[in-house]
Design a protein around this ligand. Structure first.
Ligand SMILES: Cc1ncc(COP(=O)(O)O)c(C=O)c1O
Length: 460
């Protein structure tokens, strides 16, 4: 009887007392550690002192920590409790809609106040900055999810917040802007006239749609120029991925409640934080010997893992950051203005790059009309309107189920529904009106952007 209930059950929820009390650090278990981040001037690994103008020391220590577990302070747990633990769903209705033999589960991060996984790290970053005496944070945002998450965290913790929002998203998503302002942050479209980096881009291209690389340059420049301000990044860095691992830890416990374990774990990848958050606790199991296929999904317009090179590159367009060992399309590559703004980043987290190199994670790239078709199918069966970024993970899960059906196999698939799309309805309007263009990255543009990094140091 109990077994039957689990089989028919839709939601698997944890009690607040089951909030994860530590973050999982995959560096402790990786077969090959990631290569060091380099100072672009000296070519030597960067040390804590190089990073201190931009980040609080606790986050710098987490960035290089090799401890498997990092305790989560009580104050952060109290903030997490506003929306965590998040629910895990069995997608019964989606399974029926596509007629698959596979079982599909999803972890839903859209229940947070800003609507995505991003506040998991935003509250932690705001907390450590405040504790170490900073009064203001500067950041970039692509889709607006990260900017609103940091604005939310700063409001609750008591910090000022300045957001440089990629211009195309600023125009496509006016209500993300309003949300950021309602939480008390100041926001400007990037490239802006407020920084040297922004002015230099506008001089060359007055109608630049912007990119995450450009907005990062502006936020780093802002933070580096003021003692009261630190820089805050919503993805890519080790400590950001670390903070997201609460997602996968909860999912492990919830899959156990469901009496299941995934054969396939799927997430979308921009800089890599939601993917890592769900996947790393499962990759730990994979490294320990369990068979799991771990799939990273990205846009064909910005195919960092599937077509980028593993190289040292700058994290931003104006070359203000250290050199990061990662799959990259080149720091001056400006992705086409697809609607998954949060996936328009030229690089990816070094931890994920290393796991791809080691064969522990694989990647696929999709066109935007295909991911919107999957998003609408999902919304029509499960009800939730997904963020376009998260729709890449839905599409990856559905493609996996289709392939399994064709092979006459049955899989248990778990994906991360990293956010809702309530502020992305202009994108859905365009899709439903048949106005979305499918853009795959052009070979010549890829060669050009990669040529521009040919002289940087090569990874070992
Ligand atoms: C809902 C959602 N999912 C995914 C992403 C991609 O970022 P990341 O790869 O760091 O999870 C974003 C970024 O803005 C987002 O808003």
């Amino acid at each position: 009887m109990a077994q039957q209930r689990v089989a028919g059950q839709t939601k698997f929820v944890l009690d607040e007392s089951q909030l994860p009390r530590h973050w999982y650090n995959i560096r402790a278990d990786m077969p090959s550690p990631p290569q060091p981040v380099l100072h672009p001037g000296t070519g030597q690994p960067v040390g804590p002192d190089d990073l201190a103008p931009l980040f609080p020391m606790e986050l710098i220590l987490q960035e290089v920590s090799e401890e498997a577990e990092v305790a989560i302070p009580e104050e952060i747990l109290e903030l997490h409790a506003l929306w965590r633990p998040t629910p895990l769903y069995r997608a019964h209705r989606l399974e029926q809609a596509v007629g698959t033999r596979s079982r599909i589960f999803y972890k839903y991060e859209g229940v947070s106040p800003p609507g995505s996984h991003k506040p998991n790290t935003a509250v932690a970053q705001a907390f450590y900055n405040k504790r170490e005496g900073r009064t203001r944070l500067a950041t970039e945002t692509g889709a607006g999810q990260w900017g609103s998450a940091l604005a939310f965290a700063c409001k609750l913790i008591g910090l000022e917040c300045k957001v440089y929002m990629v211009r195309i998203s600023y125009e496509q998503k006016p209500f993300r802007r309003s949300l950021i302002q309602a939480w008390g942050a100041t926001i400007v479209a990037s490239p802006s006239e407020e920084t040297q980096s922004g002015r230099a881009i506008l001089e060359q291209q007055p109608d630049s749609p912007g990119s995450l690389g450009i907005a990062i340059s502006e936020a780093v420049e802002d933070a580096a120029g003021r003692d009261d301000t630190a820089y805050s990044l919503g993805s890519v860095l080790n400590h950001v991925l670390l903070h997201q691992t609460v997602i996968g830890q909860e999912a492990l416990a919830q899959m156990e409640l469901a009496g299941a374990f995934p054969d396939v774990v799927v997430g979308c990848v921009g800089g890599g934080s939601n993917f890592a958050g769900l996947a790393f606790p499962f990759v730990r199991e994979k490294i320990a010997g369990r068979e799991i296929d771990v799939l990273a999904c990205e846009p064909a317009a910005c195919p960092t893992l599937t077509r980028g090179h593993f190289a040292y590159d700058f994290g931003d367009t104006s070359k203000l950051t250290p050199l990061v060992p990662m799959h990259t399309l080149g720091h001056d590559f400006v992705p086409a203005p697809i609607h998954a703004g949060g996936l328009r980043y030229h690089g990816v987290a070094p931890l994920i790059s290393q796991l791809v190199l080691d064969g522990l994670v694989r990647a696929e790239a999709y066109l935007q009309n295909d991911i919107f078709a999957s998003a609408v199918l999902f919304a029509g069966s499960e009800g939730i309107m997904p963020a376009p970024e998260a729709a890449h993970a839905i599409h990856g899960a559905l493609e996996t189920a289709r392939a399994a059906d064709e092979a006459g196999e049955e899989r248990t698939i778990l994906f991360n529904l990293s956010g809702h799309g309530h502020f992305d309805m202009a994108a859905y309007d365009n899709y439903l009106a048949g106005k979305l263009e499918d853009v795959a990255l052009d070979d010549r543009e890829l060669d050009r952007a990669l040529d521009a990094i040919a002289d940087l140091p090569a990874p070992a």
